[in-house]
Each structure stands twice: as C-alpha cells, then as structure tokens.
Design a protein around this ligand. Sequence first.
Ligand SMILES: *[C@@H]1O[C@H](CO)[C@@H](O)[C@H](O)[C@H]1NC(C)=O
Ligand SMILES: *[C@@H]1O[C@H](CO)[C@@H](O)[C@H](O)[C@H]1NC(C)=O
Ligand SMILES: *[C@@H]1O[C@H](CO)[C@@H](O)[C@H](O)[C@H]1NC(C)=O
Length: 332
Amino acid sequence: MPPRRELLVLVLVLQGAAALEPVSLGIAIGAASALTGYLSYPRFYCGFVECCPRDGDRPNATALKEVLDTKLFGQHLAKEVILKAVVGFKNNANPKKPLALSLHGWAGTGKNYVSQIIAENIHKQGLKSKFVHLFVSTLHFPHDRNITQYKDQLHKWIRGNVSACASSVFIFDEMDKLHPGLIDAIKPFLDYYDQIDGVSYRKAIFIFLSNAGGDLITKVALDFWRNGKDREQILLKDLEQVLSLGVFNNKNSGLWHSSLIDKNLIDYFVPFLPLEYKHVKMCIRAEIQSRGNGIDEEVVKKVADEMTFFPKGEKIYSDKGCKTVQAKLDFY
Ligand SMILES: *[C@@H]1O[C@H](CO)[C@@H](O)[C@H](O)[C@H]1NC(C)=O
Ligand SMILES: *[C@@H]1O[C@H](CO)[C@@H](O)[C@H](O)[C@H]1NC(C)=O
Ligand SMILES: *[C@@H]1O[C@H](CO)[C@@H](O)[C@H](O)[C@H]1NC(C)=O
C-alpha cells in the first residue's frame, strides 16, 4: 500500500472526527493510527489470504536444506542438485529463463516428495497453494484425440497463472507418458524469452518427473555396490554420462523426443538412486513419527520385511522404494 493512500485514509478519518465530541475524537485518532499501522505493516492481509511472493522475498535456504537432510533418504545427489538449483535460482534477481528441473528414477525413490518440498519452500501451502500446479499425464491429459484441446487449455493455464503470480510452480508427473504435442506446448515457456505477449515467465519453476533412466541409474548404483564402493561415492558425472547416452537419445520417451534437450531448456537433471533396506526403514520411522507415534523397531522391521527387493540374487534395492510404506503401516 503506497504511503499516500494511508495518509488519505488518516485525513478522511480525522475529517469525519472533526465534527465529534473530544472523547470520540480521541477514539477516532486511535482507530486511525491503528488502521495506518496495519496498512504500513508489510501486506498484513497476507496473513489471511495467500499472497504471491514479491520480488524481494527469498525462500528460506536453511529450511530447505534442513528438510532435505532430515526427510529425504538415500539421495545424496538429488539433495545436492536441488539445493544448488533452487537456492541459486531464487537468489538471482534477474534469471534469464524459468528454472526447469527434470527428476529421474524409479517409483518410490522420492521424486514426488522432493517436488512437494520445493513447492512448500516457495509457497508455504505447498501442493495446496493456488500458485502450485500439478499435472499428471494420465489423469489430466488422458486422451490422445483431444490433444488440441489440451494444448490450448495448458497454454491458457500457464499463461493465466504466471500472469497472476510470476513465481508459479508447475509440476508435470509421468512425463514419459505426456504427449509430444503437449511438450511442444510447454516449450516456449521454458525458453530464454524476455516475455511472451507481455508476460514474463522467467521467475516460474517447472518440474518434470519421470521414470526414464531409472534402469540406468540402478545399473550404476549396482556396479558401485558390487565393487564394494559406497553409494555416496557415486558422482553426478557418473550418471550424467549414462543418462545422456541412454535416455536423452532414446526416441521412445516423450520428453527427449522433442527438442527440450537439444535446446538446453532443462537446467538440471536430478537422478534418484534406488533405495536399500536401510533407507526403507528410515522412511518407515519418519512416517511413524509424522503420525505422532513412538518408534517401535519391531514394527519397523516387520513393515520393511514385507517389501520386495531386487535383483533376484542379491536383493539390495526395494522394488517400490518407499512408495507402499504408508499403506503397509496403516495395517499395523
Ligand atoms: C529459516 O529456517 C530456519 C530453520 O528452519 C529457521 O531457524 C530460521 O528462523 C528461518 N529464517 C527465517 C528468516 O524465517
Ligand atoms: C474431447 O473433446 C470433446 C470436445 O471438447 C468432448 O466433447 C469430448 O468429450 C472429449 N473427449 C474425451 C474422451 O474427453
Ligand atoms: C491456473 O491453473 C489451473 C490448473 O492448475 C486452472 O484450473 C486455472 O484456470 C488456471 N488459472 C488461470 C487464471 O488460468
């Protein structure tokens, strides 16, 4: 609220009070200063209605690191990349393009969870925020024959939402099942344009989730394990190379089919490693705690033992990561 407006309010209240008794004048001045006090308080109404963050607002990097450290298990690479990407982007007052992250890995390894954490760091209400938009390919865009309609819709939605809030977050789940036509529809928004039809998309965040490359990531992790090396020794470059050869050149997976990659529109590839028995146990403990219960190691072990592990002989990695932990816990 500009100061001049507050002054106007004050003048109006005082003018109204001029005709009153001295006592009511005192009350009117009290009310006026309370009112102007409120108005000069930084957007006090944002306590009641969700507001879009302003340019100067910085999300809390310490809090983001803390959540990733305590709630994401077995993903040292994802943690590192996400922190660097999100904090770097939000600290840049003048990004040249929106932030585009592509999260890869098997189901249940934490991709959805991480996108939720990022969303919450930027908009307190996370997935419930009106500035965070989740699209699931098979749910929102199920029929190929309606692709033209979806394209139009998606285009309008992204435009409408970014016009309303520059730091909107868009999450696309099941990216490998998204029609190439829709990827083409998103593409212009990810590019290095100053603005498109008067709207700037440079402060927005796009997160793409897919299983593509999950098998290759697992293979690398397994090689490390078989060579007696710690999984924390896996470096980003160990995976980038196999991913770029195996996924980005695979003509069958929608995302890579298009020129997202060729044009360098994706800023970060974030690999999620397959989860081991000990990580599954960590997920179970965290879930028990989040339900406000004390940890019973016997229950933790029972639930973990119900999960299935691969490869056949060695049984190192959980088939479904931590995905079915919640449902299995309900049972106990
Ligand atoms: C950021 O988060 C940390 C850890 O949750 C908290 O201690 C700190 O007060 C927060 N800072 C701000 C400015 O909110
Ligand atoms: C496709 O769009 C048409 C026209 O908008 C609509 O009538 C039809 O129900 C849609 N089909 C499906 C399968 O959603
Ligand atoms: C924003 O996106 C949602 C879908 O998540 C859509 O329903 C809504 O109409 C969009 N808002 C605008 C203003 O386009």
